[in-house]
Design a protein around this ligand. Structure first.
Ligand SMILES: [Zn+2]
Length: 216
């Protein structure tokens, strides 16, 4: 958190008005990525069915106010904004747990260089807040061993190649049989797939994914 953020009242990431990190009007403007029920269809833009990944869903479309809020979380040093974003996204996570059951949340890790630069892992902050909102445990068991080139502009196959060997398990962790991976943005699902593969290789029986926003 920056010094300015401590001194000033928060300005809404959407409309800029002071008072809330994201004001009520802007929160209500988030566009749902999936139909608001638990009948997830592969054709639904908010739903991804993968190989190592059983099913991933997203709460919102990555546009408008939510895009600005996630940019502030990722690049603006505003870790606190994870709390209202996770709270807004929690009903979609609850819908996923109606399919897969109440599983522990595992945040997608960032590389340590980025962690030092940013001061936090945005996916871990989101997972913590989602865990509080839904009473699901959070297990920070993955790490990012290798720095990767920026994924922006790459297709899924290139991303999977880029991410090969990027994720690993922390030492001496026990793998629960079922897991929900948590990330901020889902684009091609290559990141979730790569993490799911590591967890499946380590013995997880079923890995699901949840992201706040779907790049559309
Ligand atoms: Zn606002």
């Amino acid at each position: 958190m920056g010094v300015l953020e401590l001194l000033l009242p928060p300005a809404c990431a959407g409309c800029g008005r002071f008072g809330h990190l994201v004001c009520r009007e802007c929160l209500e403007g988030f566009r749902a990525a999936s139909a608001p029920d638990d009948r997830f269809m592969a054709s639904d833009p908010g739903t991804v069915v993968g190989d190592a990944l059983e099913l991933a869903i997203t709460a919102f479309a990555h546009d408008g106010t939510l895009r600005r809020a996630l940019q502030r979380l990722k690049y603006g040093g505003s870790g606190r904004i994870a709390v209202p974003l996770a709270r807004a996204a929690a009903p979609a996570l609850v819908a996923l747990t109606r399919v897969c059951g109440p599983l522990p949340l595992v945040p997608v890790p960032v590389h340590s260089a980025r962690l030092n630069q940013r001061g936090y892992n945005q996916a871990a902050l989101l997972a913590d807040s989602l865990g509080s909102a839904t009473r699901l445990p959070v297990l920070d068991i993955l790490e990012r061993g290798r720095a990767t080139v920026r994924q922006h502009g790459l297709g899924k196959a290139a991303r999977l190649q880029n991410l090969r060997g990027a994720f690993a398990l922390r030492e001496s962790v026990r793998i629960p049989p079922g897991i929900i991976l948590v990330d901020d943005i889902l684009t091609t699902s290559a990141t979730l797939e790569s993490c799911a593969q590591v967890l499946r290789d380590a013995g997880a029986a079923a890995v699901y994914g949840f992201a706040i926003a779907r790049e559309v």
